[in-house]
Design a protein around this ligand. Structure first.
Ligand SMILES: [Zn+2]
Length: 209
């Protein structure tokens, strides 16, 4: 049976990590909208060219372009047994427009703002290869240095206090109404994202199996 899963949750709750592990376990493709956009613009697909014309002007890519990209991606052969959609939809408007895709499960990873702020504050990114470390969970062997390439680890501007608070505010106002939307459809499952990555993943596996 196909498993069409949406992963919801605030920035910093660990969606990417869960999606990676879950797609490996279920042998399903991980559909992240950021990757999809990059892929389309790099390959200069008609939708990619359209999207880029907005990004070049510093504008958000309009919903209809992103939705069309998602639709095309989900029609590809590797999605026939299902997929994990990560980072989309973000708004009620987007959700309503893909309602016909009949999702099976929406997993909502939740954690309080305090926990997320603390976590993102401890995230470090390699300035050379982009690998992600975490001072609590994925400690680099040597402080401030990437295990893989010896590059310098930095804290992204996005992960600093004020920026995180702003991202969370935007998330809560846009995406939280989505939670009630999927709850009303009876396909929402809540997972406590405040535990360790291992515990969070175990809870997710329990709800999808
Ligand atoms: Zn590195």
């Amino acid at each position: 049976m196909a498993k069409k899963i949406i992963l919801l949750g605030p920035p910093g709750v660990g969606k990417g990590t869960v999606a990676d592990k879950l797609t490996k376990k279920l042998n399903l493709p991980h559909i992240a909208t950021g990757d999809m956009l990059r892929d389309n613009t790099e390959k200069k697909t008609p939708l990619g060219i359209k999207a880029k014309s907005f990004m070049d002007k510093g504008l958000l890519v309009p919903d209809e372009v992103v939705i069309e990209m998602v639709r095309q991606r989900l029609k590809q052969d590797d999605c026939k047994d299902g997929f994990v959609l990560d980072g989309f939809p973000r708004t009620i408007n987007q959700a309503e427009k893909i309602d016909d895709l009949n999702f099976d499960e929406v997993i909502n990873l939740q954690a309080t703002d305090d926990i997320i702020i603390k976590r993102l504050n401890n995230r470090r990114v390699c300035s050379k290869c982009g690998s992600i470390f975490h001072l609590d969970y994925i400690k680099p062997k040597q402080e401030g240095i990437c295990d893989k390439c010896n590059g310098k680890l930095i804290q992204r501007e996005d992960d600093k206090d004020e920026a995180i608070k702003e991202r969370l505010k935007v998330y809560r106002s846009l995406t939280e109404p989505l939670i009630s939307y999927f709850k009303n459809k009876g396909i929402l499952v809540e997972v406590d994202g405040s535990k360790t990555p291992k515990e969070v993943f175990e809870s997710v596996v329990r709800v999808v199996s």
